[in-house]
Every structure is written in structure tokens, then in C-alpha cells.
Design a protein around this ligand. Sequence first.
Ligand code: GDP
Ligand code: MG
Length: 356
Amino acid sequence: MTNVAIIGTEKSGRTSLAANLGKKGTYSDITMYNNDKESRKMVFVDPHGYPKALKSLVTALNISDMAVLCVPPDGLDRNNPTSVHTGECIVVLDLLGFKHGIIALTKSDSTHMYAIDELKKKIKLMTAGTSLQDWECISMNTNKGAKNPFEGVEDLKAKISEISEKIEAEQAELNSLPARVFIDHAFNVTGKGCVVLGVVKQGISKDKDKTKIFPIDKDIEIRSIQSHDVDIDSAPTGTRVGMRLKNVQAKDIERGFIISDKEIVTIDYTLECTISKFTRAIETSSVLHLFVGLQSEPVRVEKILVGGQEVQEAKPGSTCVLELSGNKKVAYSKDDRFLLANLDLSQRFAGYGFTK
Ligand code: GDP
Ligand code: MG
């Protein structure tokens, strides 16, 4: 199964595209659009809470294996105030080292060929040296009243399908690891108890598994698993699941909780960080926003180390060790990538890091 985040700035045509690709399902600050008609089941995630909320964007990306970045005709125009968010999306995809994706040049019916070629050139320049540098640009529209209605949509679907094959091979390799499920929604269903929705990030999660939930470190049992509304016995890596859980209540579960046998749980972090070139220097005592998995919280920069020496600031484009302190317990594993953001800037993503 492939999960695809449909991202981009405001009014870039994200929702129109997602709605064209699947049937509307779960709705919160992200909306899921399911396609279970084809042999390959797909979930398209529309983080409509973005650009207002970064959390919506990071959640969509961290439950997805592929991204479609929507860039409208004016998506990189300097005098378009929302174009900063197109840049921000490119920055976050690069900081996440996001491998698989496509750039959709949306609303092709409202521009012309010359402008599309110019936009493609601009994108090539902007994405050179980033994880997006080899992503294909597909010009498309979802306007049924256009002269060329739905131009490019079939090409886009074919490309998504082609990339999905690669993703499924990668997911199969992760099946041998211990199971980890990232939870994005939790609620109580009358007569059924605690139900969570999420995605199997690695391993195979099985019905009747006796496991734990983090960061609360509580023993639980998986009562049943569904995928696309069908009961299944086991859910391999990449499966979007609904699970009934025993021994925990929905009110005690937040987005980002992890079902797993073992996780690290801390409120402080020492991270080996790479600071983005597209941010300002990070200073001691400043407050950053930390994201890991689907969890997020503000953290204070306690100490900055460069080459083992304490310094007062970390420069854009540099690497350093950051000691950060937060207030709530966060669960993660050694190889999880942390993202840092400075919510006071217009391009908000500041860097990424891994625990030392
Ligand atoms: P979002 O904010 O990124 O989710 O963008 P929407 O999908 O809501 O689209 C924003 C606006 O652009 C809406 O008024 C849509 O009707 C319009 N729109 C979306 N896709 C197209 C398209 O392919 N062609 C044209 N002409 N308009 C579009
Ligand atoms: Mg929308």
C-alpha cells in the first residue's frame, strides 16, 4: 500500500487533486482520500491545515512514502505572498531527505506553455542539490470546464503507480524489523472501545499482538486490525490501519503515540544537527519547535556545540550538536529523524538532526 502526501502552498490545487485521486475519508487537520478500486490500494493525504499549521504538513509527510508537490502558475512569483510556502515545502522535503515524489504544475488551464517551461526551469534551479532534484514535473489541471480538461492527470497517476512499485519493494524489506505503528487519530467507538488510526512504519503488526504504547509505556493488546474497512490478521509495513486496542482509553492517546515493543522516551534531546541554508542562525536560549514522527512540541536551546566547543549560535548551512529541553515525554527510536522549526520566520523549517 502506498500513502501519498499532496502538499503545496495555499490554493495550489491540493484538495482538488486529492479529491480527484480518491474518496474522502478521515477528516481533521489532514484529510484522507482513499482509492481501493485498483489492485494497488492508495491513500492520498491532504494537509489542509497547512500553511497555517506546520504540524499538519509534517504529519502528512511522516505518514506518507511519496509526496506530490503542487506548484500553481504563480507558485514561485516573488510578488505572490503565498509563494514562500512553496519554498518552505521544498525545504522540508529536503530536510526530511524525502526520496520519492513528483512535482505537479497545477492549474495548467490557467497559464500557457511558455510560462510552464519557465516555471519548470525555475524549479530545476531551486531543487538542484536537494532530495527533489530528480523529481519529474508534470503539468496538469483538474478543471472539467477547461479547454483541455484533466490534462496530465493520467500521466500523474501513471507516474504515481510507477513510483509505488519501488516503494512497495522498499517496504517489503522493512517487514523483518520489529513492528512500529504511528498513530494519527484515536477515538472511542460505542461497543468497540478504543480505536486508533495510523500507519505501520516498519515490521508486521498482527492481530492479538501483546505489545506496548508509547510514550506512556503501557502494556496493550491489539484486538483487531482493519485496512480499507476490511478485517485483516496482519498488517505489513506501509499499511494504513484502523486498530481496536485493549487496556488503553482513547482519551489517553494523542497523535504521534507509537505502538511498539520498545521506544526511547525523553523530554530532553542531544541532536547532531544540520542547519538549513534557508534559515537564520540558531541562538542559545531561543525556542524552536521540534517534530519527530507525528509528535511535536516547543523546545529550548540549552547548549550549542561545534567541534566539541560551546558556541552562542549555529550558522545557517552548518552542522552542530544541539542540546534541547522540552516539557512533555516524546517517544522515538535511534534512527528517527528530528525536524526543527523556528515559527517566527516566514520560511519556518530550520534543520534536522538525529540523536547522538
Ligand atoms: P488548495 O488550497 O491547495 O487545497 O487548493 P484548491 O484545490 O482548494 O483550489 C484552489 C482554487 O483553485 C479553487 O477555487 C479551485 O477551484 C481552483 N482550482 C484548483 N485546481 C484547478 C485547476 O486545475 N484549474 C483551475 N482553473 N482552477 C483550479
Ligand atoms: Mg485545500
